[in-house]
Design a protein around this ligand. Structure first.
Ligand SMILES: [Mg+2]
Length: 271
């Protein structure tokens, strides 16, 4: 059997599965094209809150994977969805630590973004990693959380890989505000259920149709997929290694070398 035959829908992680940095992994464009020809639906999912769905759609289209913004879910999209579904955000205020892309997502659901003195009384504090993070942001976020703001982080990834090595990501910034405020943030990115809930809603599978996540990280993609009760496929083209899988309690349903292997004959991984 080929893995592709077991599922109707694929949720595909970006970094480590489709590309590493700006370099596409071999065969991805042809594989995704083939999946679509077979009538499979594909959704891209990333914990990285720095760019918008539109930016990712363009980045994918540029490497010959034609993609619409609606086919990409980022952890910023997931924060907007979470607020809209569970916290009646319209007309409320937020202090946002993050990029322009994150702020636009929050504004798109009718939340007013505030700064400085006012921000210490914001209804929501929303944290997404960005390279200009500074002490003033840490301070205002901490005070607002201590004043009772709902405290949300896009994700908890501690670092991300770059040519320089592993550099601090949202989780590291979030941790500083958690330490200072004495409160733990709600996070929506993988492995938390919110992002998967949004993905399932978008795919809207009929009874009996199956979804799988394809990811390169055990603690986010695979753990999140398990919690969401969907199929889990680990690729070894990114962060996880075979050794790590042997040691880990989180076991994927299937392991493949890289994305294009879902079109090849497989044997089931026995955990
Ligand atoms: Mg990844």
């Amino acid at each position: 059997m080929k893995l592709v035959e077991f599922f109707e829908y694929f949720i595909i992680d970006l970094d480590g599965v489709v590309y590493i940095g700006s370099k596409p992994i071999s065969g991805v464009s042809e594989t995704i094209c083939r999946l679509r020809e077979m009538g499979k639906r594909v959704l891209f999912l990333t914990n990285d809150p720095r760019s918008s769905s539109k930016d990712y759609a363009k980045k994918l289209s540029d490497i010959d994977i034609p993609t619409a913004p609606e086919e990409v879910i980022t952890s910023s999209t997931a924060v907007a969805y979470y607020l809209k579904e569970y916290h009646r955000p319209y007309g409320k205020t937020a202090y946002v630590v993050g990029t322009r892309a994150l702020k636009e997502e929050i504004e798109s659901i009718g939340v007013r973004i505030i700064q400085g003195e006012d921000a210490k009384k914001a209804d929501f504090v929303i944290i997404g990693g960005h390279p200009e993070f500074n002490y003033e942001e840490m301070k205002i976020a901490t005070l607002a959380v201590r004043n009772g703001a709902l405290f949300i982080g896009t994700n908890r990834d501690p670092y991300f890989p770059t040519p320089e090595g592993l550099i601090p990501a949202t989780g590291a910034i979030l941790a500083s505000i958690e330490v200072a405020s004495g409160k733990r943030a709600i996070t929506v990115g993988k492995p938390e259920p919110i992002m998967f809930e949004l993905a399932k809603k978008k795919l809207n599978p009929k009874r009996g149709e199956k979804i799988a996540i394809i990811g390169d990280t055990l603690q986010t993609d695979i753990l999140g997929g398990k919690r969401a009760r969907i199929g889990t496929i680990l690729v070894l083209s990114g962060s996880a290694t075979e050794k790590e899988v042997i040691r880990s309690k989180v076991k994927p349903d299937y392991i493949i070398r890289e994305l294009s292997d879902i079109l090849k004959e497989q044997r089931k991984h026995h955990a």
